[in-house]
Design a protein around this ligand. Sequence first.
Ligand SMILES: [Zn+2]
Length: 430
Amino acid sequence: MSSQPLLPSNHPEHIASVIASKRRILFTTILTTVLLIAGIIFVSVKGEGVPSSKDPLKLANYYLKSSPVIDGHIDLPIFARAGFGNNIDNMDLYGDLKNRYGLISHLNIPKARKGHLGGFFWSIYIDCPKDAGPDFLTPYNGPRDTLEQIDVAMNLMDKYSDVFQLCKTADEVMEAVASGKIASLMGMEGAHSLGNSLGALRMFHALGVRYMTLTHGCNNAFADSGGIFQPVTPHWGGLSDLGKDLIFEMNRLGVFIDLSHVSDQTALDALSITRAPVILSHSCARAFNNISRNVPDEVLSKLGRGKHKVDGVVMVNFLPTFAAPGGVGVDVKTIADHVEYIASKTSRDHVGIGSDFDGIDAVPRGLEDVSMYPNLFAELITRGWKQDELAGLAGGNLLRAMRGMEATSLKMKQEGKKPSMAVYAKRTDL
Ligand SMILES: [Zn+2]
């Protein structure tokens, strides 16, 4: 039972407490504004001295308390689909979730709290069509299944509404984190989920989707995929005409363009026309492992600040077979190497974490689940990373890019840009 009255009383003590609370709100607003500008999350941490850098893990935990991790890609919804048929009644997020294949979830609530997970993009993923046909027109249940993945994500957020909070803006992420909730964003993995339709994109945005990976491991009507370990034969040579309309519409709506999984040419095409910052929600650097799924230097060279560069964040994937050839010997140091390499090609303002937890069947030593993020931060502390840089890596860089993405959307609407009426040329039903 709350001791707060539902309606304000006129008692002087109550009035004093209202004034004090208004002052607190004003202070919080000013503080939040300052931190928004800095692009860094800082939740106040009371009564603790700063631990010595001689104990990097303790220091990492201390830093992460005030600027927790916002992970770009966690596959809890597909874990629910594959393991539980999306039946959330059978899912206890306080226990060790074991799916029907015996895999234990990398995420549960106690592990998330231990690892300072402040928020994440719930990945809304469904498989590519088995045979899309020569023009990607073979009917399939992709859009229905995608809606079911949004449904299962939202149902889990509701079931644990004291823990998770659905967020659609960077400000909402800040508010959720400040109130001790795990900010819950949704990102769609692959434009094959759209059924070739920009109208479908607008409806997914209305449901709360805030990024979309342009492809998964298959080409689609909008763009060519990079494949996974080997490139797939290009269909369009990058973005299709409809893909260019898709970029416009994502910019206008305020949906991050996610360039993980896409072919190099698709990434370069998208970077040449996007007006908003982009992300790579879960990618390793190709420099360490020459597979098509990893981001090449040529794409990294286009990201950053300055002329002819696009603001963006590359969020590092933890899957060992992406991080190193054959996945051999991958540990927390290997993942730190990827973070540092991507930062060296862009800057420390352009890296983030996109673990791919619950979507991967192997993990690095020292980063086995969401409770282990502090190990990565401890490793980077030993390599000289400072608190503000680590706060950026944790989530500040992502939120800065998200604000940029939101600002582009606002600007395009102010310019009078209308929804794109483009229709896939191969469709005959419209
Ligand atoms: Zn993926």
